[in-house]
Design a protein around this ligand. Structure first.
Ligand SMILES: Nc1ncnc2c1ncn2[C@@H]1O[C@H](COP(=O)(O)OP(=O)(O)OP(=O)(O)O)[C@@H](O)[C@H]1O
Length: 257
């Protein structure tokens, strides 16, 4: 069922959307060239939704995530996250919004190599003022769920790309963010580890957190409530793939969990 007609930004603001964009445009400037990466996106994501963003290489998926995380400014148009208009916030205010409410996993994991895996995962909780015992328990739970408990005391620099990617996901989820933004969280993973990540995303979703992730993997997209297809910087399809807020139905059988 196409739902592009129902994503009305005006309605969404009144209904407390987690994400709202209006006429969002992003032009990258590089080597004297202008690349129109995002060409007018109106998007509404409600709290608790699990949204997968798909599309061919270069269609603008990563750019959308960076914009929503407030890491790059829009060329024109507006973005609201949890009702905060990103363009009206300072850099520092956007950093606070991310630290308190948004977990981000990008293709470059930005793990700190002179800290252990455990410390990397605990850091966001400690920065947010969580007590150390709780931060440790949350870290243990996440690393266990992602099959990384035996790597806790190592430097991330000594892990494989797929392991680093899972550490980055654990770090993003440490604070139980109300919004998870993830770029290809299973891109480097074999099917066993993909199942582990999807299982964790299902749990996060069941707890009511909002997820917006970019994926090329149809198995991961099957876990979502909604799949948005980008092409040439525009949304060309926006479809409910299963009843919203019913995350316990088909994914188990699809992934043979
Ligand atoms: N920092 C940048 N400077 C210049 N152009 C950029 C920059 N980042 C992205 N682009 C261009 O913007 C367009 C969209 O890129 P983006 O990375 O968002 O696509 P994508 O759908 O995530 O691709 P992929 O699936 O390959 O990661 C591409 O044409 C890309 O070359």
């Amino acid at each position: 069922m196409s739902r592009t007609q129902t994503s009305d930004p005006a309605t969404a603001e009144a209904s407390g959307a987690m994400i709202r964009t209006k006429d969002l445009v992003k032009v990258h400037h590089a080597d004297g060239l202008d690349v129109r990466a995002i060409r007018g996106i109106d998007l509404v994501v409600q709290p608790g939704e699990f949204v997968a963003v798909m599309g061919p290489s270069g269609s603008g998926k990563s750019t959308v995530l960076h914009l929503l995380a407030g890491l790059v400014p829009a060329t024109s148009g507006e973005i609201w996250v949890r009702g905060n208009r990103l363009s009206e916030m300072s850099e520092a205010e956007r950093a606070v919004l991310r630290r308190r409410h948004i977990g981000v996993v990008f293709q470059f994991f930005n793990l700190i190599s002179n800290m252990t895996v455990a410390d990397n995962v605990e850091l966001p909780s400690l920065l947010a003022g969580t007590n150390p015992k709780q931060a440790r328990e949350r870290r243990k739970y996440l690393l266990d769920e992602l099959g990384l408990s035996d790597r806790a005391d190592m430097s991330p620099a000594r892990l494989s790309g797929g392991q680093q990617q899972r550490v980055a996901l654990a770090r993003a989820l440490a604070n139980e963010p109300s919004l998870l933004l993830a770029d290809e969280p299973t891109g480097n993973l074999d099917s066993t580890n993909t199942r582990g990540v999807v299982r964790l995303l299902e749990q996060v979703h069941d707890q009511g957190q909002t997820i917006l992730l970019v994926t090329h993997d149809a198995r991961v997209a099957s876990a979502a409530d909604r799949v948005i297809s980008l092409f040439d910087g525009m949304i060309i399809d926006d479809a409910d793939v299963r009843p919203a807020y019913d995350s316990k139905n088909t994914i188990g059988s699809i992934l043979d969990l």
